[in-house]
Design a protein around this ligand. Structure first.
Ligand SMILES: Cc1cc2nc3c(=O)[nH]c(=O)nc-3n(C[C@H](O)[C@H](O)[C@H](O)COP(=O)(O)O)c2cc1C
Length: 342
């Protein structure tokens, strides 16, 4: 299979803030993939971070689907510099069917409102080992998950590190968007004037000042109201062991491909997981641990989590009312390490 076509399809996998933190190197007939952050925006996770492993798992799933299961995976988080590597032999892989190609190209995030009812049953998805898929369609449980998210979302708007991460990820104009990575501002669901407001709150000192007037609370309500009204929320859960997080990434991709293929829209929410992990690592600003912990506890009660289980991702799922602007990707060539570029 043509390498650039393989890269183009595989890197349609989702990643936090569309960072696409991967590089590929070709040696003889083997193509190897490792973690590499593009460097043009903040990387709050690093090679071993939870979000990096989830995204790498999703990329693994895509590569596995494209090559018919020919991916060799090494995961060893003890090696901090290169915790994982994926190896494939593109020459041995035949081109994927047009149906599979279409599914990969069609998988996307939709941050707009969804219809209040599901059109029918949700498609089945087989979870990878160590991962549980928990589907909630009852409004009290969905509402509780929305409350948990709101607590974590509010805490998020009070962390300068996360504020700066968001603002280095956002892409505002055509040139920035055309480069193909980061968060295209047009993919967000903002009210009229929302883009101007977002630009205005870019300096942390302004956001900090507005938070004293309750803007963090208002933004967390706006951020989570669509979750509370969703017809379904799906939680991916499991332990924080690296292999289980990786498998959650593979499951996330499989589930998302199936949902989009069935005509359903998907919007992921990572705040409970991310803020929870930051709390456990002692990285939240003073005063925010208790509300984040409360958010985690609400999730654990609502989802019936076992000891040692956490939420890896929450997905709002439903019938889209609006088409989403599709996030771009860097050109396939740019994923090849400098020595391999034509
Ligand atoms: C680990 C991870 C965390 C994410 N967190 C969020 C989130 O909290 N909110 C959100 O709207 N999208 C989130 N996303 C979705 C990404 O922003 C999205 O996949 C990326 O911008 C590419 O867009 P696409 O899914 O349309 O291809 C997350 C994705 C991953 C893999």
């Amino acid at each position: 299979m043509d390498i650039l076509e393989l890269l183009r399809l595989a890197t349609r996998a989702p990643s936090a803030d569309n960072s696409q933190p991967w590089t590929f190197t070709q040696q003889a007939d083997v193509l190897s993939c490792r973690y590499a952050h593009p460097g043009n925006f903040r990387d709050p996770f690093g090679p071993n971070g939870h979000a990096s492993l989830l995204a790498a798992g999703a990329l693994h799933e895509n590569l596995d689907l494209i090559t018919g299961g020919q991916v060799e995976c090494r995961l060893d988080t003890g090696r901090e510099d290169i915790p994982w590597e994926l190896n494939i032999r593109p020459a041995g892989a035949s081109s994927p069917s047009s149906a599979l190609r279409g599914q990969m190209e069609n998988r996307h995030t939709n941050r707009h409102p969804f219809a209040r009812r599901l059109p029918g049953p949700l498609p089945d998805c087989q979870a990878s080992p160590g991962v549980r898929i928990i589907t909630c369609t009852e409004s009290p449980r969905i509402h509780a998950l929305g409350e948990a998210l709101q607590l974590c979302s509010r805490a998020r708007f009070n962390q300068p590190e996360l504020h700066e991460w968001l603002f280095t990820s956002l892409r505002w104009n055509d040139d920035e968007i055309a480069a193909g990575d980061g968060l295209d501002i047009n993919t967000l669901h903002l009210p009229p004037g929302g883009q101007h407001f977002m630009r205005w709150i870019k300096p942390w000192h302004r956001m900090e000042m507005l938070n004293r007037l309750g803007v963090d609370r208002m933004m967390s309500i706006a951020d989570t109201v669509m979750v509370k009204q969703a017809p379904a929320v799906i939680a991916l859960c499991g332990s924080d062991e690296a292999q289980d997080v990786w498998n959650a990434g593979r499951t996330l991709q499989r589930l998302w491909l199936g949902l989009n293929d069935a005509g359903l829209a998907v919007h992921p929410y990572y705040a409970v997981t991310d803020l929870g992990n930051r709390r456990k690592a002692g990285r939240l600003l003073p005063g925010w641990d208790a509300s984040v912990q409360r958010g985690e506890e609400i999730c654990a009660d609502t989802l019936g989590l076992e000891r040692g289980e956490q939420v890896h991702m929450l997905l709002r799922v439903g019938l889209a009312r609006h088409e989403a602007v599709r996030a771009r990707r860097r050109p396939a060539q740019r994923f090849l390490s400098a020595d391999n570029r034509a």
